[in-house]
Ligand binder design. Structure first.
Ligand code: ADP
Length: 279
């Protein structure tokens, strides 16, 4: 996974993207009739589903929905951190059985270790997954450069801004070059300007890395700006209310939000989010 120069990973992925043929016969993620209920008896909380969903390899899918509708539960199921109450999940054609090194996760809370430097934090998966040290170190430096953190490699997290901490968390999540990147409200704790800037940066990085990504967010604009596809969830237990392709060209930038098609998609999804359904 870590072999070769890190840039080699980028150029081959970029070629795939440039050709516009990102698909593969095997979906990255498939859900069949998945439900999740927390607890039992009268205090049981149906959190999700039933849900059927397939996520194309190489695509960026954004999931939006009201608070408490089961978005994080969906992400945790896909990450293998939770088991479904019923139904089946497959990752790259295989039945899912727990967490995998092929999956990288970025949470809202960056969870960087305060006593370790930025570089040491980014290198953490190398230790945990026993990756070849030299190649991992080369990739870590490359990622820090890519995300503008090169000069902060030896800084401790408390010396970084919120946006920089999230960049470092992103570097750590992709150090092992995961096939699938799961993003759970990664910009949730940031101010609006940093949030916009960072989401556009992530969009570019994702294109360079050429991996499959699933973003959970309550921010509709962010979902559309980043996604190839947006999925709008219902109130709890979360089900799919809208599954829509975002046919906006890439690379995207701040002007994308002024594109009539962006505004149209935003309007359709917003109307749906505001007309809350009864389950
Ligand atoms: P969202 O991410 O959309 O805000 P969550 O997936 O976090 O929603 O939660 C969906 C529902 O499941 C909520 O009602 C929440 O209280 C409940 N829930 C989530 N995790 C647990 C848990 N570990 N135990 C019990 N209930 C939970």
């Amino acid at each position: 996974m870590m072999g070769g120069h890190p840039a080699a990973i980028v150029s081959s992925a970029a070629r795939t993207n440039a050709g516009g043929t990102r698909s593969s016969e095997t979906a990255a993620i498939e859900l069949f009739g998945v439900t999740k209920v927390f607890g039992e008896g009268p205090s049981a909380t149906p959190a999700l589903g039933p849900l059927d969903l397939a996520i194309e390899t190489g695509s960026f899918v954004s999931v939006v929905g009201p608070s408490g509708c089961g978005k994080s539960t969906l992400l945790r199921l896909i990450a293998g951190l939770e088991k479904p109450t019923s139904g089946r999940l497959r990752r790259y054609g295989d039945d899912l059985d727990g967490p995998s090194r092929k999956v990288g996760i970025v949470f809202q809370d960056h969870v960087l270790f305060p006593w370790a430097s930025v570089l040491e934090n980014v290198m953490l998966p190398a230790e945990v997954l026993s990756l070849p040290k030299a190649a991992a170190l080369e990739r870590a430096h490359w990622l820090l450069e890519l995300t503008g953190l090169k000069d902060f490699a030896s800084h401790k997290p408390h010396m970084l801004s919120g946006g920089m901490k999230q960049r470092a968390a992103f570097c750590r999540a992709v150090l092992a070059d995961p096939q699938l990147l799961l993003l759970d409200e990664p910009f949730g704790a940031l101010d609006a300007l940093t949030r916009e800037e960072l989401s556009l940066e992530l969009s570019r990085l994702w294109q360079d890395l050429g991996r499959t990504a699933l973003l959970i967010t309550h921010d509709l604009g962010e979902a559309i700006l980043l996604g190839d596809r947006i999925i709008i969830m219902s109130d709890r237990p979360g089900r799919i209310r809208l599954d829509m392709r975002v046919d906006l060209p890439r690379p995207r930038d701040v002007n994308t939000m002024k594109d009539p098609r962006f505004i149209e998609i935003h309007q359709i999804a917003r109307d749906l989010l505001f007309t809350r359904q009864r389950n």
